[in-house]
Design a binder for this molecule. Structure first.
Ligand code: S3P
Length: 426
């Protein structure tokens, strides 16, 4: 069966920006409004955690008003703070809660409890936070401290979550904080904090933040659509012949669109047909995607770090590109919601593709005609892996699924509906 994609799709709001806008709204003075709030489970976790800390809000569909506390005036929660499956909630909240009024306990689900947390608690300890992990993982206990101290933090991991957690702690410290990473990762925290009136700036790979002198101002945000969710459609519309897809209101923050830079190099066919210079802190516009015959490329470590959530879909694209695609620095994929490095290999191999792991890199020769297996391998419950499997099956010509694994709802509860709306079979 041959599929094509035709039409236009306004995707759910950006999950990364939503977490940050909710958290900044929680400490701002006054009411923050967020439109186009995504429904996914991770964002629910952030809202629930803030409620447990005494932050009130009103929600109506995709609109939320957050009544800011006007500072770090947390109420002590009755129970442990449940981070569920959300790594972003955890690492950002650890920074926001680094100087709590009473001891706090943070817990996570089985998958989140396997993910590394020392990468955020170690630098926060350099700022004098007191945090006890469970051998570098959740559960984590945070103890009150009199003050946090500004520090110059050098990150060895390219992580926007860790950078953001440190910036949130820096707002509450005495003295300035700098955080320097190996790569300029997604900069939503910096943009939103600046919009809310924080004294924050960037020089090369170093972000500088000064302690707050006055409470942050509330934000009014209309969230752009999530680029990482769009990646599913961008790769599919590129690979399925005769496709023409428009994605209006899409987040086009350059620290998020590295997948497009890579696909353009591979002969992908994209146009930004309308790019309003909105007063918004975040750039957004309409992306037009047409099908294309891809050629291979080499993806360097900095690109991999910026496109980390899109690498599995990029590997799928590479199986259809003429030549040998090399994707460097894939190790970080092994510590995401699941071991995405292994799961990607397993999905693509079960469709007949070749994907070789060489050290910290993937080598993917193409093009290879994919076929959907009768029996898929056992896969972890991970939204991005479920979506990779659906994309690979469609490229392989399998029928459009009428149900998808429930875990997809972590980021994209509308997927089944959108599949029936946009994919036509011939
Ligand atoms: C995110 C940063 C990335 C990404 C995650 C969301 C964020 O994680 O994989 O899905 O919102 O800051 P790392 O910071 O661990 O790279």
């Amino acid at each position: 069966m041959d599929h094509t994609i035709q039409g236009s799709l306004r995707l759910p709001g950006d999950k990364s920006i939503a977490h940050r806008a909710l958290m900044i709204g929680a400490i701002a003075q006054g009411d923050t409004t967020i439109d186009h709030l995504p429904d996914g489970g991770d964002v629910e976790t952030t809202i629930d955690v803030l409620v447990a800390l005494g932050v009130t809000s009103e929600r109506s569909g995709q609109h939320i008003t957050v009544h800011g506390l006007g500072g770090f005036h947390w109420q002590t929660p009755a129970n442990a703070l449940a981070m569920n499956n959300s790594g972003t909630t955890t690492r950002l909240m650890l920074g926001l809660l680094a100087c709590p009024p009473a001891p706090l306990l943070l817990t996570g689900d089985a998958s989140l409890s396997q993910r590394p947390m020392a990468r955020i608690t170690d630098p926060l300890r350099l700022m004098e936070a007191q945090m006890a992990t469970t051998e570098g993982h959740l559960p984590i206990r945070i103890h009150p401290v009199r003050t946090l101290h500004g520090a110059d933090i050098q990150l060895t991991v390219a992580s926007a979550q860790v950078k953001s957690g440190i910036l949130f702690a820096g707002l509450q410290a005495t003295g300035d904080t700098t955080v320097t990473g190996p790569v300029h990762t997604r900069d939503h925290t910096e943009r939103l904090l600046q919009k809310a009136g924080a004294d924050i700036s960037r020089t090369g790979l170093t972000v500088h933040i000064k302690p707050l002198q006055a409470p942050l101002q509330p934000l009014q945000i209309d969230l752009a659509s999530d680029f990482s969710t769009a990646a599913f459609w961008i790769v599919l519309a590129t690979l399925l012949s005769d496709s023409q897809l428009q994605l209006p209101g899409l987040s086009l923050n350059p620290t998020r669109t590295t997948l497009l830079d890579i696909l353009v190099r591979m002969n992908g066919d994209f146009q930004v047909v309308d790019f309003p210079q909105a007063a918004a802190a975040e750039p957004m516009g309409t992306l037009q995607v047409n099908s294309a015959k891809l050629t291979s490329t080499t993806v360097d470590a900095a690109e991999s770090a910026r496109a980390i959530d899109e690498l599995p879909l990029l590997a799928l694209a590479a199986t259809q590109a003429a030549g040998r695609t090399v994707i460097h620095h894939i190790d970080e994929l092994a510590v995401k919601e699941s071991d995405r490095r292994a799961a990607t290999e397993s999905i693509l191999r079960s469709c007949g593709a070749t994907i070789d792991r060489q050290g910290d890199s993937w080598v993917v020769p193409g093009p290879v005609a994919l076929h959907a297996p009768d029996q898929w391998p056992d896969l972890p419950a991970d939204h991005r892996m479920a979506m990779l499997q659906i994309a690979a099956a469609l490229v392989a010509g399998a029928p459009v699924p009428t149900t998808v694994p429930p875990v997809v709802a972590v980021s994209y509860p509308e997927l089944t509906y959108d599949l029936t709306k946009l994919v036509t079979s011939r």
